[in-house]
Every structure is written in structure tokens, then in C-alpha cells.
Design a protein around this ligand. Structure first.
Ligand SMILES: [Zn+2]
Length: 192
């Protein structure tokens, strides 16, 4: 997946995708072309496994750029420096080499990916796409509900403020909010 990285930044494909699902699909086709004989690839639907592989490749690549120190320390069994603001999240590398949040729900009965969500930086475009994806998929839920849904799979660093910022820019929510305000105004302006 080296085509994803340019000047140590992951831009070319992500910049052109307007949604998280579209991005995952595009990357999955890229993985197919890279790993299979292109002549054997049909135009059929992508499998769940192919989509999952693409997602893991993407997250791994983003993490390798944004959490370089954390990954370096963990791979060598060294303690994370105090300056690392992820310390409280007890990050660890899982068997897929994905940096996950540890400790929170280790002993719960939740599925593995909910116990150990994947860490996502809040200043990368993938983060915006993830927030929008969950906000739209759950019919424009508020910040807390959107955050809770995201955390079933991903853990965004300082996620609460990020989710609030992204939702504040949602056109549909803005329209609904404006409509509600107009209706309130009309109620107050109706002469008695
Ligand atoms: Zn919305």
C-alpha cells in the first residue's frame, strides 16, 4: 500500500473520497489489484474480508505516521514517555499490528473490537470521514451518541471535541436547527 504515502503523508486517495465507505471500497480494490493477478479480478462485489483488509491497511498506515513514537516504544517493550498524551489509554499493538486502546473493557463480554478500539488521530482526514459516517449512519445523532457508536470500533484522540466540531458543520443538522428556531420565532411573534 505504498501508493498511499507521499512525503510521509497519506493523501492522494483519501483526499478524493467524500465518504468513509467510498474510501474503504477504493482501498479494497487497490488491495485486490496488488495482491491478485489483475486478470483474475472481476467487477463483482467486494467481500467483507477484502473491505476489512483495506481498513486495517489504512489504519496501520495512518497510525505509523501519527503515532510513530508510541509504536516504536511498544514494539521494543519500552515505557511510553510521560509527554505522550495517550498514556491513560494504555495503548498496545494487537496481533494485526494495529494500535488499540487497552485496559478499559478488557474483562467485559463485549466483542474484541469493542473492547480494544483502534486509535485514530483527530487531525487526519480519515477522522472526519469516520465521524461523518457514524453521524449519518445513525440518522444524525447528537455528539454523545455519535461518539459512543464510534467507540464500538475506533477511539479518536480527544474525540468528544472533534465529534462536536464535525457535527456543528453538518448541513442537515444546521437546517433542522434553523427550522426549529424559525418555528419558535413564529410562535412568539403570533399576536395574542
Ligand atoms: Zn447531522
Amino acid at each position: 500500500m505504498c501508493f498511499l504515502v507521499q512525503n510521509n503523508e497519506i493523501v492522494p486517495i483519501i483526499d478524493k473520497c467524500s465518504s468513509f465507505l467510498k474510501l474503504q471500497g477504493v482501498l479494497a480494490w487497490c488491495v485486490c489489484f496488488k495482491e491478485k493477478n489483475p486478470l483474475q479480478i472481476t467487477t463483482g462485489n467486494l467481500t467483507v474480508a477484502e473491505l476489512s483488509t483495506a481498513l486495517l491497511c489504512l489504519v496501520r498506515k495512518v497510525q505509523s505516521v501519527y503515532f510513530t513514537t508510541e509504536i516504536w516504544c511498544i514494539e521494543r517493550g519500552q515505557q511510553l514517555p510521560d509527554s505522550i498524551n495517550l498514556l491513560t489509554l494504555s495503548p498496545f499493538l494487537d496481533e494485526r499490528k494495529i494500535l488499540c486502546v487497552g485496559g478499559r473493557l478488557r474483562h467485559s463480554n463485549l466483542p474484541a473490537e469493542q473492547k480494544d478500539p483502534m486509535l485514530i488521530p483527530n487531525n487526519h482526514l480519515i477522522c472526519d470521514l469516520i465521524v461523518k459516517h457514524y453521524h449519518f449512519s445513525y440518522l444524525h445523532t447528537g455528539a454523545e451518541a455519535t461518539l459512543a457508536n464510534i467507540r464500538t470500533k475506533f477511539w479518536i484522540v480527544n474525540g468528544r471535541s472533534k465529534v462536536k466540531r464535525v457535527i456543528k458543520q453538518c448541513i442537515k443538522c444546521l437546517k433542522v436547527s434553523a427550522k426549529g428556531k424559525n418555528q419558535m420565532m413564529q410562535i412568539y411573534l403570533v399576536p395574542e
